[in-house]
Design a protein around this ligand. Structure first.
Ligand code: GAR
Length: 192
């Protein structure tokens, strides 16, 4: 299965996907990595792994993903032969025409037990809310913010002395296992 990755940050989830591929537990290939942030470490990871990558030109918009940029992104992913798009820490809302180009073929990983705590820094939202449990979720992307049908979810306790940082680190450990597993499941069912 040919994957395309969109990310805005470190790319540790993409690394987990690469590690699963290298370990032979995920039968896939990453064909293209695109980032809206030219300084994102995910682009360095792509280079280190010999994966073609590029920057998405968001026309100076800080948070918006302009329609022309979405069309360009869809075309680049299609040209690379991408079958499944994985958002890995991508911090802009995907809408048409990208959704239309990959119907039911765009996944996202989110650091909470959705529908709780959608949006930015979900781990901080959980600490601030004082909940005893949060989690992480892999879901299909629709045109909402962190909505769309859930593929896999796992609960993670919030410990009494957790800070934003310690909780996010523990959530990421689970994310790195859950994302490759969700891709594997999807490949075994919907894509075959
Ligand atoms: C991950 O924790 C991911 O769940 C989160 O950004 C982080 C990216 O880390 N995504 C969201 O909050 C999306 N709403 P990474 O760049 O190391 O994979």
């Amino acid at each position: 299965m040919v994957l395309g990755i969109l990310g805005s940050g470190s790319g540790s989830n993409m690394q987990a996907i690469l590690d699963a591929i290298a370990a032979g537990t995920l039968d896939a290939r990453i064909a293209l990595v695109l980032s809206d942030n030219p300084d994102a470490y995910i682009l360095e990871r792509a280079a280190k792994n010999g994966i073609p990558s590029g920057v998405i030109d968001c026309r100076g918009f800080k948070t918006k993903f302009p329609e022309e940029a979405q069309a360009e992104t869809a075309a680049r992913l299609k040209d690379a032969g991408v079958e499944l798009v994985c958002l890995a820490g991508f911090m802009r809302l995907v809408k048409r025409p990208l959704l239309d180009a990959f119907p039911e073929r765009i996944l996202n990983i989110h650091p909470s037990l959705l529908p709780a705590f959608p949006g930015i820094a979900a781990w901080k939202q959980a600490v601030d809310a004082g909940v005893s449990e949060t989690g992480c979720t892999v879901h299909h992307v629709d045109d909402g913010m962190d909505t769309g049908p859930v593929i896999l979810q796992e609960k993670i306790p919030v410990l009494p002395d957790d800070t934003d940082k310690t909780l996010h680190a523990r959530i990421q450990l689970v994310e790195h296992r859950l994302y490759p597993e969700a891709i594997r499941r999807l490949a075994q069912t919907a894509l075959r």
